[in-house]
Each structure stands twice: as C-alpha cells, then as structure tokens.
Design a protein around this ligand. Structure first.
Ligand SMILES: Nc1ncnc2c1ncn2[C@@H]1O[C@H](COP(=O)(O)OP(=O)(O)OP(=O)(O)O)[C@@H](O)[C@H]1O
Ligand SMILES: [Mg+2]
Length: 583
C-alpha cells in the first residue's frame, strides 16, 4: 500500500502542467525577495554616490520587481488552488462511491456523523494542508536559498555568524512537531463527535422537547465543544510558540551581527549599501523561516486527515464475486427460495439471531412470517437481498446459491417494503419511480399510486404526485409513507416481494383496502409477509412461526390453530385484545 502522500500525488497526477507552472511561479516569487534586498543595497549606495549608474533604473526596477512578484504569487495560488479543489472533489467522489457500496453491516456500525465528518472536514483538511505544505516547501525554501546566497555573496563572515542559529531552529521545530500530529488527530475525532451530537439533537428534537432533554443535550454538546476549543488552543499555542522561537533566533542573529561589527579585530570593510542589503535579507528571511518551522504542523494535520480518509476508502465493499455469466441467469427469476440450515448472528460469535432455518418457498407462494418482537423476522428476510451473509448454511434463489448471482441482478428480482419506510427528499412520483424505475411511464406510476391508495391523499395536494415529501417524508403521515413505499414495490413488479410490516401504520379500513391491492400484487410472485396483525395473513399459503431465531411451527392458518401451539396462543391473545367482547 502506498503512503498517503503518494496516493495524494496520484490523485493530483492529472495536473502536472498546472503543478509545474505553480512551481515555476513560486521560484520566480522567491527570486524577487533577493531582488528586493539587492534594491535596498543599491538604494543606500545611491545615497553615497548619486552618480551610480543603477540610480536611474531603480524606480522602474522596484515597480517591475513587485509586478513580477504579484503576478507570480497570483499564478501559484491559482494553480495550487485549482489542483487542491480538484483533489477535494475527487476524494469526496470516491468517499461517496464507497459509502454507496459499503456492506450494510459496516454502514450501520459506524455513526453516520462520523462518515459525514470524513466527507466534509477531513477531505477539506487534506487539500488545505497539501497546498500549504507545497507552497512552503517550494516557495519558502527557495526564498531562504536565494536570500542566503545573497547574504553569503555580500559577506561570508557575517553570514557564518548568523547561521550558527540555523540548527537550533531545526531542533525546536522537531520538538514541536510531535504535538502537532497528536492534536490534529484528536481534533479530527472531536469533529466527528461534535457533528454526531448535533445531528442527533436535530433528528431527535421532538423527543428532546417533550422529555426535557435540553439540559442533557446542552451538556453533551458543551463537553465536545469545549474539548474542541481546547485542542485547537493547544494547536495554536504550539504554533505560536514556534513563531516566538523563530523570532528569538532571528533576534539572536541580529544581535550577533551587532556584536560582530563592533569588534576591533574586524578587518573586513563593509560598505553601507551591501551591509543594509544584508540586514534587509536577514529580516526577509524571518517569514519564510517561520513558515518552514510550521510546515511540519500542516504536514501532520494533512497526514492525519489523509490517513482517516484513505482508511475509509480502503474499507471493504460489499462482496460480489459471482462468476456466473449474466446470460446463464434468467432475466427474471421464477422466485423459488430455499433456506438450508441457515444460521446468523449480528456479532461474530455473539447470540444467534437465526438458527437451523430450513424453508422452501415455491414460485408464487405466499409465506407469512409471524413471531414475537425480536424473534428474527426482519433478520430472516434481510438475508434475501444479501444485506447480511448467513454465518452458516445457504440461501438459494431458483436453485442457485445467492452468491452466484451478481448483486445487482439478485436485487433486481426483489421488491421490498421495509419496516421503517425510507422516503427521499423528492416528489411523491420520484419516490415511487425510484432508482432503476426512474424511466417508468407516468401512467404506470399513477396506476401504482392508485393501487396503493396513494391517490387518496394526493388529491388533497395541489401539486398532485409532484408534491415534495420533505426529508425522510416528514410531510406525510406514517400511514401515507407506507402507502408510498407499497406503490414503489408495486411499480417494481419483481418476482420476489418482501413486505415487512408494510401496513402496520394503516387503520383497519385503509389496511383492508391496501390489502386488496397487495393480494392482487402477490398473485404470481413469491411473497414473504411479516405481520403482527394476524388477520392480514390468514390466507397465506403457509405461516411460519419464529421463536428466538428458530422456526417452531409451520403450516396453514386452520391447521396451526388446531395444533394449539405458539400460533394458536398468539392468535388467541390478539383475538382477545381486538375483540369488543373480550373478557
Ligand atoms: N443491527 C443489529 N445489530 C445487532 N443486533 C440486532 C440488529 N438488528 C436486530 N438485532 C437483534 O436481532 C434479533 C432479531 O431482530 P429482528 O429485527 O429480526 O426482530 P423482528 O422479529 O423483526 O422484531 P420486530 O417484530 O420487533 O420487528 C433481536 O434480538 C435484535 O435485538
Ligand atoms: Mg422486524
């Protein structure tokens, strides 16, 4: 694996010409610094000897010098900025692609805000630090070089006195850099924390309000915010201390020059002009030196951010190693599903969420899955689109192991209404005709909407199906959201249909209406229905009862009732609960 720096360079490799232009511009910029010291030298010389031939050129020269300096500064900032923005854009693009293709497990384990913070904060840090570091390394070190060359040329012995300070500067810079790296990494972690807490507070605002969570949230945020402030302060202090040390060392340089020139044994006879030029160069040296002592801070900051970004980019994607050529797969599966000795647990080595699951579903069959909350119903169906891989055992679709199906081909066969409906911040129509369905005919979308009884509440909205639903469907009621999700599943027309509590939020009347639509939809396709309300699944071809991840009963409604086991007791409980004559 390449180092972060190499990988960054690879990202910027399409910008070689811009980079060379920037380096050239920085070299020119560095040269103008020596030019300035030289101009000072000549200016002082002019005071002694007005007939100096340089005299008439000086005004034009100074203007020209600063013009060149301005242009080269502009060109380098512009080119580096261009490259930096391109790199940020590319990093974000790659991160987004990685997020889309991450396995369900790793997406759900990581706090969402942490991923957001990588995307927003770290990516920015990488580009920012990279352009600072490049500018410093190229421009400031060249500036130091030309200034030093000028000083040595002007007076070798004075230079020798001044440069005793140089190794001292290097040593302090090294001592400070360890702190920089540590604080930078911690600031990144902390940014993730700050955005996590903020995100949670924004999402949970209703609960916070009613359950009096203001103080707790405020407190949690204050802690993270305070530690953010402290870490930044430490970073600032380390950097400022670096500045101070540099200044001190520069002062030591000036002091040694002052001491040196006052010595009676100095035979060297310096003229006023070159001496002033020398002093000017020494003062000019301070800024680039300061940048150079700080460059490590930027470098460490950038490396810490790059490490976290690349770490995320290297995390595995969903495994999709199907070797079966697509032409050998049916374009449309018949929908035969088999679970063979399937076991699964969420944590490796943890409690089993499913075990010994054996289930065969013939094409077109309707199977209901019932069981107490937490018995593993949602887990069971989430293995079918390969959101999770079974720990042992096998799942087959049309007699082929799921792993033989390329993921997109497998998922094409499945329509799904999840337990908590997900709507996108878009129009109703686009939520129904989502993704691969985006090209659907408007009539087909409307037919699906009608069948799912979406049109009933759409009629009340001026924009009709083009009404926006808000983030996560916030402007719809829970039951309305479910109907949109059902319409989406209807429109997909896939051979395998999974309904996880798809009508749980509907009132009995709407439910029986939507149920009619679903009954029509289920005809001719393999359907897995999860329902708490047992009245909705009485007519299923088979009812499977799950208990702590195991199938404990399986059969038809009447048979299971007669059996007098789990199903019968679930049914009795509900019947009593719903019946007005209970008791
Ligand atoms: N992402 C997860 N990580 C760890 N454990 C999980 C996860 N999701 C579910 N579980 C656990 O797995 C078990 C089965 O959960 P599952 O969601 O399949 O239940 P369910 O039968 O669908 O329940 P419900 O009727 O309440 O929806 C539960 O004990 C649950 O705590
Ligand atoms: Mg569930």
């Amino acid at each position: 694996m390449d180092t972060p720096a190499k990988r960054l360079a690879a990202l910027a490799s399409g910008h070689r010409r811009g980079f060379l232009l920037a380096v050239l511009a920085m070299a020119v910029f560095a040269g103008t610094e020596a030019g300035f010291a030289f101009a000072v030298e000549r200016l002082v010389g002019l005071l002694d000897d007005a007939s100096d031939p340089w005299g008439q050129w000086l005004p034009v020269g100074v203007l020209g010098l600063f013009l060149v300096r301005g242009v080269s500064g502009f060109v380098s900032a512009w080119q580096l900025g261009r490259i930096g923005r391109a790199v940020v854009g590319r990093i974000r693009e790659m991160l987004f692609e990685r997020f889309l293709r991450m396995p369900v497990r790793s997406l759900e384990q990581r706090p969402r805000a942490e991923l957001l913070s990588r995307m927003l904060y770290d990516a920015e840090q990488v580009a920012d630090a990279a352009s600072t570091v490049i500018t410093t390394i190229v421009r400031d070190s060249l500036t130091v070089l030309v200034l030093v060359a000028y000083m040595v040329y002007t007076s070798a012995s004075l230079s020798a006195v001044v440069f005793v300070a140089a190794p001292l500067i290097a040593l302090t810079a090294r001592a400070l850099s360890r702190h920089f790296r540590r604080y930078s990494a911690r600031i990144q972690e902390n940014m993730g924390e700050v955005s996590r807490i903020t995100g949670e507070a924004l999402r949970g605002h209703r609960i916070i309000k009613v359950f009096g969570g203001l103080a707790r949230e405020r407190e949690r945020f204050a802690v993270a915010n305070e530690s953010n402030k402290r870490l930044h302060l430490k970073l600032i202090m380390a950097r400022a201390a670096g500045d101070g040390v540099t200044m001190l060392l520069a002062a030591a340089g000036v002091a040694s020059v002052a001491w040196f020139v006052a010595q009676p044994f100095i035979a060297e006879n310096l003229e006023k002009g070159p001496f002033t030029g020398f002093m000017a160069a020494m003062v000019l040296l301070m800024t680039p030196l300061k940048h150079l002592t700080n460059v490590n801070a930027s470098l460490q900051r950038g490396l810490a951010a790059a490490n976290s970004v690349f770490g995320l980019l290297d995390s595995p994607v969903e495994s999709d190693k199907a070797r079966v050529p697509p032409r050998k797969l049916p374009a449309r599966a018949t929908g035969r599903l088999q679970f063979i000795n399937v076991a699964f647990s969420y944590e490796p080595g943890g409690a089993a969420a499913l075990r010994d699951v054996n289930l065969e579903i013939e094409p077109g069959q309707r199977v209901a899955i019932v069981g107490r909350s937490g018995s593993g119903k949602s887990t069971l169906v989430s293995l079918i689109p390969r959101f999770f891989e079974p720990g042992s055992g096998q799942l087959l679709l049309d007699g082929r192991p799921l792993a033989d199906w390329p993921l997109p081909a497998l998922r094409e066969q499945i329509a799904l209404v999840t337990q908590d409906v997900m709507l996108f911040n878009d129009t109703l129509a686009n939520n129904i005709a989502y993704g691969a369905l985006a090209g659907a005919e408007p009539q087909a979308v409307e037919a699906a909407a009608r069948a799912a009884h979406v049109m009933e509440f759409v009629a009340r909205r001026r924009e009709g199906l083009n009404a926006l639903v808000g983030e996560g469907g916030i402007s719809l009621s829970g039951g309305e959201r479910q109907r949109v999700a059902i319409a989406r599943a209807l429109l997909k027309d896939a051979p395998v249909l999974i309904l996880d509590e798809a009508t749980s939020a509907l009132d009995s009347r709407s439910e029986s209406q939507v149920q009619d639509a679903l009954d029509r939809l289920m005809r001719g396709r393999t359907t897995l229905v999860i329902a708490h309300r047992l009245s909705t699944i009485e007519h299923a071809d088979r009812i499977v009862v799950l208990e702590r991840g195991r199938i404990v009963e399986s059969g038809r409604h009447a048979g299971l009732l007669a059996l007098g086991g789990h199903y019968a007791s679930l049914y009795r409980l509900q019947f009593r609960g719903n019946s007005p004559h209970a008791g």
